[in-house]
Design a protein around this ligand. Structure first.
Ligand SMILES: [Zn+2]
Ligand SMILES: [Zn+2]
Length: 346
């Protein structure tokens, strides 16, 4: 089968590999139909993910059809159409029982697929701990509508969940890329007063305006002043930082009101500074992550019920055989690209 592979730094290649089979009794093998390309894949490509193991198939967000299951798998059966979680986890350890599945203590727990073990940009993938890693997609939800449920929509859902958003809150999301938009759409589910979303890229702000008019787009350069004057208490009640640019961490805590919650979901290339003397007395709460991706069933139910729709984010699609082109487009940000899907059946 074809599998898009991390050969080494700046070297991803489409290789012919043997088809995977179940190894442990909790495994399933999934025939991938659609997989997506994620910024984290680019982080691996550029050598920013030291844990990534050369030789593995990349990709950690996909949907497909269950091909075979180990004898302990209860939740899914061959033929089921499923969403695959970014994380593998046991559901039973200290961290999993608290919903903190990103820190599952299994050797292959957390973000393993497409990083430390073979991932999903391939015709077939082995999914360990399949009862936790796979979720059946409701009838009526297309592959494209469900594609992001395993990773960036899971991230948005989780970020909104931990950001102390109350009814009537003012929320600021930094970064109007795919992950930021997912965070903003999930924040809307909490019935806030407003969800501001800012970016330096006007094309992305226009995209938000066109597809998600319930959000309030702002230019990054105008955000601090706009949020401070528009919000009742001098800043946003909750801030979600999803950009990861050199100055966005600073914007996140500066745009927050006193006693706000600032959630950092961005992956930075460099260390960030926490200038405690400057923020003394503001009494902020910071949360960071590492999505705990264990809410796929809730997310798919929201999609099925028409309350979450991220289909517009999947702006481009390529067959797996043209994965090089898909990556080139995604990393160039040309042609208004948000998310690129790979059709792994072709
Ligand atoms: Zn990702
Ligand atoms: Zn666990």
């Amino acid at each position: 089968m074809l599998a898009y592979t991390y050969v080494g730094k700046e070297d991803f290649r489409l290789l012919e590999k043997p088809r995977p089979h179940t190894v442990d009794d909790g495994d399933a093998v999934v025939h991938v139909t659609l997989a997506s390309v994620c910024t984290s894949d680019l982080h691996i490509m550029h050598g920013f993910v030291p844990r990534a193991v050369p030789g593995i198939t990349v990709g950690h967000e996909a949907v497909g059809i269950v091909e075979s299951v180990g004898r302990n798998v209860r939740k899914v059966k061959p033929g089921d159409r499923v969403s695959i979680n970014v994380e593998t986890f046991c559901g039973e350890c200290f961290f999993c029982r608290r919903g903190a599945v990103n820190n599952c203590t299994l050797p292959d727990g957390g973000w393993a697929m497409g990083c430390r073990i073979d991932g999903m940009q391939a015709e077939y993938v082995r999914v360990p701990h399949a009862d936790c890693g796979l979720t059946v997609i409701p009838d009526g939800v297309s592959d494209k509508a469900a594609l992001l449920a395993g990773d960036i929509l899971a991230t948005g859902y989780w970020a909104a969940k931990i950001s102390d958003i109350e009814e009537g809150s003012d929320v600021l999301v930094i970064g109007a890329g795919p992950t930021g938009i997912c965070c903003a759409l999930c924040a809307l589910l909490k019935n806030p007063k407003r969800v501001f979303i800012c970016d330096i890229d006007d094309a992305r702000l226009r995209f938000v305006q066109q597809h998600y008019p319930a959000l309030t787009p702002l230019r990054s350069s105008e955000t601090l002043a706009a949020v401070r004057s528009a919000c009742r208490h001098g800043g946003a009640d909750s801030v979600i930082e999803a950009a990861g640019s050199p100055d966005t961490f600073r914007l996140a805590w500066e745009a927050a009101r006193p006693n706000a919650t600032v959630t950092v979901v961005a992956m930075y290339d460099d260390a960030q500074t926490l200038p405690l003397p400057e923020m003394y007395g503001k009494n902020l709460t910071f949360r960071t992550g590492g999505v705990d991706g264990c809410d796929a069933a809730e997310i798919l139910a929201l999609i099925s019920g028409g309350r979450l729709d991220v289909r517009a984010l999947v702006t481009h699609e390529f067959p797996l055989s043209r994965a090089d082109e898909a990556y080139a487009l995604f990393s160039s940000r040309a042609d208004g690209v948000m998310k690129v899907a790979l059709d792994c059946t072709r």
